[in-house]
Design a protein around this ligand. Sequence first.
Ligand code: THU
Length: 133
Amino acid sequence: MTRNELKALAISMLDRAYCRYSHFPVGAALECADGSVYTGCNVENAVYPAGICAERNAIFHAVAEGHTDFVRIVIAGHSDDYCVPCGICRQVMQEFAPELEVICLNKSGEEKTFALKELLPYGFDNRWLPQES
Ligand code: THU
């Protein structure tokens, strides 16, 4: 899939967002190393913390389908500024794809691209955990 196709897919996911509390739709499209693509949107809940961001929705969707090797993600938001991922989503990205390319769109579809390392320097990962022997 081309970069523009991935962007269009993320933008199309804005229509699927369930965001009746924030009224801030977000769409995401995630490309895996084998070229497969998974999408997500934010899904909110009357118990606010039970909701999930579009990016994590896309990543968990991919993992549930057996994919953990991610190359790039597009995040589309209805904001003037580029829709950047929240801290929790950055940490989830770090788990699977520390080299991930993160393409953030504003409401006009313009993009700003980051390396995940820029967004989450010194991210925690399993190297800090006790190693199995
Ligand atoms: N949200 C996302 O889905 N991704 C982001 O990058 C930023 C925030 C969602 C969470 C919540 O449903 C709404 O946007 C407002 O925070």
